[in-house]
Write a protein that binds this ligand. Structure first.
Ligand SMILES: [Zn+2]
Length: 46
């Protein structure tokens, strides 16, 4: 492949876990918001 960025060695961090509400693996473990159903979006209590 030509044009491969030098920063291509960045590790694949685990960003998404399984959402407790919809069950999709779209629950962002950092922002605690599910990208699929929006779980954790409204009440941003930490
Ligand atoms: Zn969800």
């Amino acid at each position: 492949m030509k044009g491969t960025p030098s920063m291509g060695t960045k590790k694949r961090r685990i960003l998404h876990g399984y959402c407790r509400r919809c069950g999709h693996k779209s629950y962002n473990l950092i922002t605690h918001v599910c990208a699929h159903c929006g779980y954790g979006r409204s009440r941003r209590l930490k």
